[in-house]
Ligand binder design. Structure first.
Ligand code: RM4
Ligand code: MN
Ligand code: MN
Length: 414
């Protein structure tokens, strides 16, 4: 018989009493997958200064090495997103990049084109009044579709810095049209099973208007494009007080929630470690996803099961790999808590109009200490029971400090 820790036994007993199938909860936790971003391993950071971290990755192979360590420590971070051209392989060989990742035990996840850093994009990319600049951005997108094929990725993840700073600077309807036309061409070039995920962001770097400012705009574009175009929710891209879980619920029920960029924010696009500012919000978001995945209602059920869970954070003062592990673990914690919500009792309380009871059911799940459960799951998965402590003990941090040294940085990214 398996020997469980006393704290796990206690928790299991109390969950059982609430009718929760703990084996099903553990099975779900074992299949969780959170993608980490290659750019989170490099020196990246705030708008004003990227502080160099000793040992931070510079080459894509180093970023892949680091992502592989995060996966080894947690068991639930099996893929790494790439950003092009930041991750253009030194030798241009994307197939080799894919093989390298696989050798290390991870795979290449979402491909993120970059149409915001070159001088040409001063007035935008797809929204740019110049047809030439639009074509250049489009060409880059098509190159990224090809990179998807070579790396075995099925996600093209788009974020646009496009917008205007001044009233009258450009035609707002004109920019919308340009976006529509160019996005349509990208969509037409997606690999057969590929999905296009369209991120939105309230403001920044443009301050007067942003071409894809909110989920509604992203959703409207996706509807026009076709079924394989879906909205990507970045937790740092909303106004204060926005109910993100409601957006999640709506998009799930419309079959248009494609993925997440997890991070945390207090003011704007702060890109902080996941679940650090508002763990309750993260839990509520997971509650929507879990309820849809466990429920039978379509298209929510199928959509929830295909959601790409990705981290998009830019560490600046707290290190690189350890904070990435911390974020992955916070996703695991939130997911575990969402899995122990007694869905049947919650539905009953809602139907009965018992406001307080319904609220308390959620809060009880949130307040449950799931650490014994996670320790048990990790031990069954054969990964460290305390991934962070183990990470600090394996000497990887010292090794990369020695081998890689301190890379020079500038402001912003890389
Ligand atoms: C943006 C956005 C994108 C990410 C860049 C680096 O704010 O969130 O997803 O690619 O930052
Ligand atoms: Mn993002
Ligand atoms: Mn962002």
């Amino acid at each position: 018989m398996t020997k469980y820790s006393p704290s796990y036994e206690l928790l299991a007993e109390s969950l059982l009493a609430q009718g929760i199938d703990i084996e099903a909860v553990k099975a779900a936790l074992k299949t969780q997958a959170v993608e980490t971003p290659s750019w989170g391993y490099a020196n990246s950071g705030t708008r004003f200064k990227a502080f160099a971290w000793p040992g931070a990755a510079v080459t894509t192979r180093q970023k892949i090495d680091d992502a592989a360590v995060v996966h080894k420590m947690t068991g639930i971070a099996p893929s790494v997103a790439i950003h092009i051209p930041w991750d253009k392989p030194e030798d241009g060989d994307y197939v080799a990049m894919r093989e390298y990742a696989e050798e290390k035990g991870v795979r290449i996840g979402a491909v993120n084109p970059n149409v915001f850093q070159d001088d040409e994009y001063r007035l935008g990319s797809f929204g740019n009044p110049s047809k030439d600049v639009q074509s250049r951005a489009l060409e880059h997108m098509l190159e990224c579709c090809d990179i998807m094929l070579r790396t075995g990725s099925d996600l093209l993840s788009l974020w646009f810095a496009d917008g205007t700073n001044y009233a009258g600077q450009d035609s707002l309807r004109g920019r919308k049209r340009r976006f529509e036309d160019n996005l349509r061409q990208v969509y037409a070039h997606l690999p057969e099973n590929g999905r296009l995920l369209l991120e939105y962001k309230l403001f920044e770097p443009a301050f007067y208007s942003t071409d894809v400012p909110d989920w509604g705009t992203s959703y409207a574009f996706c509807l026009k494009l076709g079924e394989r175009a879906q909205v990507l929710v970045d937790l740092g891209h909303h106004a204060q007080g926005v109910n993100i879980e409601q957006i999640v619920a709506f998009l799930l029920d419309e079959g248009r929630l494609g993925g997440f960029h997890f991070n945390n924010r207090k003011y704007a696009d702060d890109d902080l470690m996941v679940g650090t500012v508002n763990p309750f919000e993260l839990f509520l978001i997971y509650c929507e996803l879990t309820a849809a995945a466990l429920g039978e209602a379509e298209p929510g059920h199928t959509t929830a099961r295909k959601v790409a869970y990705m981290i998009d954070q830019s560490h600046n003062i707290e290190g690189k790999i350890a904070p990435m592990i911390f974020s992955v673990l916070n996703c695991q914690d939130a997911y575990a808590k969402s899995l122990i919500v007694p869905q049947g009792r919650l539905a009953e309380a809602q139907l009965a109009g018992d406001v307080l009871a319904a609220h308390r059911i959620l809060v009880e799940a949130f307040r449950t200490d799931v650490r014994p459960l996670l320790a048990q799951v990790r031990s069954e998965m054969g990964v460290p029971i305390d991934p962070l402590v183990t990470y600090y003990s394996i000497g990887y941090e010292e090794q990369i400090r020695k081998e890689r040294g301190v890379a020079s940085t500038s402001g912003g990214y890389q």
